[in-house]
Structure formats: structure tokens, C-alpha cells
Design a protein around this ligand. Structure first.
Ligand code: F6P
Length: 539
């Protein structure tokens, strides 16, 4: 059964939220805290090793009550059941959306076209386990009988960003294998990586759900040619494996069927790191850690599916995001992890969030008349404090931000950790309180400088405070954002699991490449024609 199609702005709760918004929009959070000593406790959810404080938001209890009423009017619970049960909620592609099944336990029962997919998933997990263990312990060797030292993931979009982000985030848990990621069709990317590699000890994992993606096939072809300058054709099987749904195309590329790790069309590319797309994760940190990542995600799935609205972390985060996007008209939101390990987290989220909810047609096929999607961006703190935080503190734009921190560091350097966490707390406190004119004057500031030093404050933040960055807690964190995306798509009444907008540019690039190759330049707008001529003259 498909998801319902309800224009959220036509609901009674939306109208009530509009009235409520007018009443609360100018309230300062400082006042809300002063009026309600229990506010922090009231708006904090403690679940497992997560402490999620959303009290520094421009909300009160009435806002929460109206969010819940909106969720009910939009039949969110029904949508959640359909999501987990494998209904065809990716209507425009005629598919289920079942990344959650990839982390479900062995005894689960999830039906696609009447067949339980769980046994198949666990079979592929065994393949991942056996293969990665053989590579890591050196029983699987390269063509000159040497153990592998390097693993190169060749893929783009969801076939790159998820595994690359997780491998980077879990670097602390890494083994002796050095992971690399080649994604861009820019030849300088692949060549820069290749120059560091020894063909005798490098394993290549080609990841492409469709196995038709220009970037991935070009990089895989270039890498195979480079490899064949060293090894022989029969050695390819020892060094190249693939992850794909398209077995025929992988075999046509020259990879043996025994070297293909299957995936399924009911897993979206940007949600696929939990499948064999995560093979490079399992190689880089070991299968047990990969399994813990999946377990963490499964715990968050259960939380999301079963928890009441008031204590449901992904749901609350989704509604807060909608509150700022649609009522406060915020243009973007930031994600600031206070750990260098999550350096690639915002980049990963950009695809997950913006490819999913960057839609302007609703589930009835008509134009939406409200904002959807979130522009999401961010960098780890404290570095970002010295980069773009000025604009968040004193700029003209409202930028709600998620602050993600960990109570314990991995290397156990408490001196650094205390400094890091002091900054983590200080920023959300400063964003909340700002600095009044009286405070600036009390510092003895020269009169003409006073206005420049005043901070309005009242900038919303969520604090997601987790015990430690482990494979399991990372799995929970990623799944938390996946479900936030889902809830937002349900509320905005869009189809979150297609990405037709990416296709037009791909088609045009293929056509233009043909024109460059043949010299037969077709009619374009004058700007594109001039650019093509300039390129032909200077290449
Ligand atoms: O960017 C569009 C897209 O289709 C993504 O959704 C996907 O993750 C990426 O291309 C790569 O696709 P594939 O895994 O089929 O190579």
C-alpha cells in the first residue's frame, strides 16, 4: 500500500501551528528557560548511550502538542509501519525501501513480493564476513602470493559517501589495511590514488548498484588497465570484486560471478552502506565492527518504530527541522560534530538528506506550495568555530544546528577532551543567550563599538551527546538521520526515495561527450557553445 497524500499545510494542526508560531516567534529562549525551571529535563531524551537535549529550541509544550497532532493528522504511524513492512513506498520507482531489513536479526520476517528477504541478507552477510576475514588475515592473497595491504573502493554517491564516511569515522578501529576511495571521474583523482599503490597487494572493490554509472565504470576501466600493466588477465579475478544488483553488466566488465556481492533494488544507493556496499567498511575495521554498526542501526530502528512521539528521537528532530524550515523560513541547517573522526559526516548527510527530500512535486503529482528539503552543511568543531561560526552567531540568517559530541574520547586524552567539550557546551550556550548591551557595557567597551559586540542569541540547537564513538553508536546516529529524513518526507508529502533530478545532467553530459569526441557540436545556448569551443581550442 502506498503512503497517503495529504498536503500538510491544509491540515487543522498546520493552521494551529501557524497561529502558535505568531505567538512564540519573538520569544527569547532565555525567557522560556527562566519561566520553566524544568525545561531542560522536559525536552531531553535519554536513550541507551544517547542524551539528546532539544531544550535550546524556540518551542514550548504547546509546540510539541501541535507537532504530535500534525503527525497524527498526516498518519505518520501508518507510514512508519509501511516503511518497515516493505510496502512500495518508493512509488515512482515501484520499490520498497528496506535498508532497515539489512540490519534486522536473523529471525525477522520482511516480505518483498511475498518472499522473506532476511535469509538472503544473512547469506550475503556471511559472504562479506568470510571474504573480509580472509583478506584481513592474509589467507586471501594477490597474484604474486602476497597478502593485501590496500583496499580501493571504486564508486560514487551512495556507493562511495556512506562507506567512505564510516571508514573515516571508525579509523580508530582500523586494521593494517589502508583504505582508499576513488569516486570522481576527474582522472587526477584516480591517478593520485594509483601512484601510491602496489598492484601486487591492492584489492579493488567496484561498487555500483546499477553498474552503469559513468564515473565508476571509467575509474574501474582505468584501474584495470593500470593493473594489467603489471599483472595478467587471469590475475584480475584475484584483485577485483564488485558489489551490484546488475550481475550481467558486472560479468560483461570481466568480473567472475564468484566475485560479485549482490545487493537489491529495494535498497536506495544513499542508504546502502549496510549492505555489501559496506564491504570496504568490513575490510577496514573487521566484520565484527561492521556487525556492531548494523546492530546499532537496528536498535535505532526499534526505537523509532516503537517509541512514543514525545520520546522518539528521529521524529522530534524531524519536526523541529520542519518548524524552522517552514515556519521560521530558515534557509539551511548545520551539523557540527565535535570529533574530528566525523569529518565527512556532513558531506555524507548532504546526499542522504538533499537527494531524498529535494523534491517539489507532492505525492499526488502536483506542485508543492511550501518549502521542502533542507540545505545541510557543517564541519567538525572546534575548527568550524574559527571558520563560519561568526555568521551563525551574528549573521542575518537563522541557522538551526545539531551539535554532536561524545563524553569519552577514544585515545583517552582527558585534557584535550575537557577543552573540546567546554567548547561544545560554550557554543550552544552562547547561541542561546547571546550577549546583551548591558553585558557589553559592563566589559568597559568603547561606546561606538558596543552595537558590534551585542549578540542577539536565541539561535536554536540540538545537543546530541553520546557516550563514545563506537561502531554501534555510529550505526545509531546514521539511522537516526535516516529516519529523520523519512519523517520529513512523510510530512512534506514527497517521495523521498527517487532522484530523477540527478538524471538530466547525466544525460546531457553523455551527449556533450559524444560531441567532443566526434567534433560534431550540436546546437546549444550561446554560453554552452562558447564554452565548448574554448575547451576544444585549449584542451
Ligand atoms: O547520484 C545519483 C545516484 O543514482 C545516487 O543515488 C547513487 O548513489 C549514485 O548515483 C551511484 O549509483 P550507482 O551505485 O548505481 O553507481
Amino acid at each position: 500500500m502506498a503512503l497517503h497524500s495529504i498536503n500538510p499545510t491544509q491540515t487543522k494542526s498546520w493552521a494551529k501551528l501557524n497561529t502558535h508560531f505568531e505567538a512564540i516567534k519573538d520569544a527569547h529562549m532565555k525567557t522560556l528557560f527562566a519561566e520553566n525551571p524544568g525545561r531542560a529535563d522536559q525536552f531531553t531524551i535519554q536513550w541507551e548511550d544517547f542524551y539528546v537535549d532539544f531544550s535550546k529550541n524556540r518551542i514550548n509544550q504547546e509546540t510539541m502538542t501541535l507537532f504530535k497532532a500534525l503527525a497524527e493528522e498526516l498518519k505518520l504511524n501508518d507510514a512508519i509501519s509501511k516503511y518497515f513492512e516493505g510496502d512500495i513506498i518508493n512509488h515512482t520507482e515501484g520499490r520498497a525501501v528496506l535498508h532497515t531489513a539489512l540490519r534486522a536479526p536473523k529471525d525477522a520476517n520482511v516480505l518483498v513480493d511475498g518472499a522473506n528477504v532476511i535469509p538472503e541478507i544473512h547469506q550475503v552477510k556471511s559472504l562479506i564476513k568470510n571474504f573480509s576475514e580472509a583478506v584481513i588475515n592474509g589467507t586471501k592473497k594477490g597474484y604474486t602470493n602476497k597478502a593485501f595491504t590496500d583496499v580501493v573502493n571504486i564508486g560514487i554517491g551512495g556507493s562511495d559517501l556512506g562507506p567512505a564516511m564510516v571508514v573515516d569515522s571508525l579509523a580508530f578501529y582500523g586494521n593494517h589495511l589502508t583504505p582508499h576511495f576513488v569516486s570522481n571521474v576527474d582522472g587526477d583523482h584516480v591517478n593520485e590514488v594509483l601512484k601510491t599503490l602496489n598492484p601486487e597487494t591492492t584489492l579493488f572493490v567496484i561498487v555500483s548498484k546499477t553498474f552503469t554509472t559513468q564515473e565508476t565504470l571509467s575509474n574501474a576501466t582505468t584501474i584495470r588497465e593500470w593493473f594489467l600493466n603489471h599483472g595478467k588477465q587471469e590475475d584480475v579475478a584475484k584483485h577485483f570484486v564488485a558489489v551490484s544488483t546488475n550481475t550481467a553488466k558486472v560479468e560483461a566488465f570481466g568480473i567472475e560471478s564468484s566475485n560479485i556481492f549482490p545487493m537489491w533494488d529495494w535498497v536506495g544507493g544513499r542508504f546502502s552502506l549496510w549492505s555489501a556496499v559496506g564491504l570496504s567498511i568490513s575490510l577496514a575495521v573487521g566484520y565484527d565492527n561492521f556487525e556492531s554498526l548494523l546492530d546499532g542501526a537496528h536498535k535505532m530502528d526499534t526505537h523509532f518504530k516503537e517509541e512514543e512521539f514525545e520520546t522518539n528521537i528521529p521524529t522530534i528532530l524531524a519536526f523541529l527541522s520542519i518548524w524552522y524550515n517552514n515556519f521560521f523560513k530558515a534557509e539551511s541547517e548545520a551539523v557540527i560534530p565535535y570529533t574530528q573522526y566525523l569529518n565527512q559526516f556532513a558531506t555524507y548527510l548532504q546526499q542522504a538528506i538533499m537527494e531524498s527530500n529535494g523534491k517539489s512535486i507532492d505525492r499526488s503529482g502536483t506542485d508543492v506550495n511550501y518549502q521542502t528539503g533542507n540545505l545541510v552543511w557543517g564541519e567538525p568543531g572546534t575548527n568550524s568555530q574559527h571558520a563560519f561560526f561568526q555568521l551563525i552567531h551574528q549573521g542575518t540568517k537563522l541557522i538551526p544546528a545539531d551539535f554532536i559530541g561524545f563524553t569519552q574520547s577514544l585515545h583517552g586524552n582527558n585534557d584535550h577532551q575537557d577543552k573540546l567539550i567546554s567548547n561544545f557546551f560554550a557554543q550552544t550556550e552562547a547561541l542561546l543567550n547571546g550577549k546583551t548591551e548591558a553585558e557589553v557595557i559592563a566589559e568597559g567597551t568603547a561606546k561606538e563599538i558596543i552595537p558590534f559586540k551585542v549578540f542577539e542569541g536565541n539561535k536554536p540547537t540540538n545537543t546530541i551527546f553520546i557516550k563514545q564513538l563506537t561502531p554501534e553508536s555510529l550505526g545509531k546516529l546514521i539511522a537516526m538521520y535516516e529516519h529523520k529524513i523519512f519523517v520529513q518526507g512523510v510530512v512534506w508529502n514527497v517521495f523521498s526515495y527517487d532522484q530523477f533530478g540527478v538524471e538530466l545532467g547525466k544525460q546531457l553530459a553523455t551527449k556533450i561527450l559524444q560531441e567532443i569526441n566526434t567534433g560534431a557540436i550540436a546546437n546549444h545556448d550561446t554560453s554552452t557553445s562558447n564554452l565548448l569551443k574554448h575547451y576544444k581550442k585549449n584542451r
